[in-house]
Write a protein that binds this ligand. Structure first.
Ligand code: SF4
Ligand code: SF4
Length: 302
């Protein structure tokens, strides 16, 4: 049985598919979206998070580090990622839990034990389990086994994916996925490449094939002022989505928020969208109306 590397399991999630859900966050992502709100998901291996407010300045982590990756600069803790050997000695000695390891290896049984605890909530709310990330398909063998197990035990399964994966892999997941939460960031290929680091050709092709195959889909579009909120971009998405086969397509517009800022601080990284505000409600409603004009079932998500 394959094992998986996760960075979180979120209970009582209400924005990751229908009803009350348990969301499993996988590590690893091939995209680098400028507005990413889960930067701790990017690397396929565990990494160090630093909670500055918890630090009591005992300096034990500096003493424990065998590679000189931790030192004091201008009276503050400095972490040299390139020198880090990922031995986690600093985590072991930090009793204040200011330095922690992000990333935990788990089995299907480990995750299912957590997911099973909330089965009564799924049954009452029409919820279930969602696998998210990162990009879950980077750990396809583990995620397939996990979703297969959940489905076999009668738990509704949703897969939150960027769609940036070979079609053969995605096609196989239809067997174990009740609902695909499919990200659509931009239809314009050049700007998609600029803001996410990858082409969207395969993503759009996969979406066409999934809808043609009759998969249950919820398209999710992040609305980020100055990046993805242009009316021309939203209309291009509307035209593309309305050309797909299958039932009336459901689209959820997700307003950008700045809650991830502290995550970048914990990774001792720079938050790239400091100046970008959350889109006003009226703007979200205007974009929702535009999409509805393409005979899409459009809504604004949380
Ligand atoms: S061991 Fe923890 S509490 Fe002590 S200095 Fe390092 S990060 Fe701060
Ligand atoms: S994981 Fe090991 S090498 Fe990296 S900073 Fe911590 S003690 Fe140093």
């Amino acid at each position: 049985m394959p094992t998986g590397l996760i960075f979180d399991i979120k209970k009582f999630a209400v924005h990751d598919g229908p009803g009350i859900r348990t969301t499993v966050f996988m590590k690893g992502c091939p995209l680098r979206c400028a507005w990413c709100h889960n930067p701790e998901s990017w690397k396929r291996e565990p990494e160090i998070l630093f909670y500055e407010q918890r630090c009591i300045g005992c300096e034990k982590c500096f003493e424990a580090c065998p590679s000189g990756a931790l030192r004091i600069e201008d009276g503050k803790r400095a972490y040299d990622r390139d020198r880090c050997r990922h031995c986690y000695a600093c985590v072991d000695v930090c009793y204040a839990e200011a330095t922690i390891k992000c990333g935990r290896e788990v089995t299907v049984e480990d995750v299912m034990a957590e997911v099973e605890k909330d089965r009564p909530f799924y049954e009452h709310s029409g919820g279930g389990m969602t696998v998210s990330g990162g990009e879950p398909m980077m750990q396809e063998a583990f995620v397939f086994s996990l979703m297969k197990r959940a489905k076999e035990t009668g738990i509704h399964t949703a897969l939150d994916t960027s769609g940036y994966v070979r079609w053969e892999v995605l096609a196989r997941f239809q067997e174990v996925t009740d609902l695909f939460l499919y990200d659509l960031k931009l239809v314009d290929e050049a700007r998609h490449r600029t803001y996410t680091g990858v082409s969207n050709r395969g993503i759009l092709d996969n979406l066409k094939k999934l809808s043609g195959a009759g998969a249950s889909l919820m398209i999710r579009m992040p609305i980020v002022p100055g990046y993805t909120d242009g009316e021309a971009d939203v209309e291009a998405a509307g035209r593309y989505l309305s050309s797909l086969d299958g039932d009336r397509i459901r689209v959820q517009l997700l307003p950008y928020h700045r809650l991830a800022e502290s995550k970048y601080e914990r990774l001792e990284d720079v938050y790239p969208l400091k100046e970008v505000p959350a889109p006003p409600k009226e703007r979200m409603e205007r974009l929702r109306e535009l999409l509805s004009g393409y005979d899409l079932d459009a809504s604004v998500g949380g």
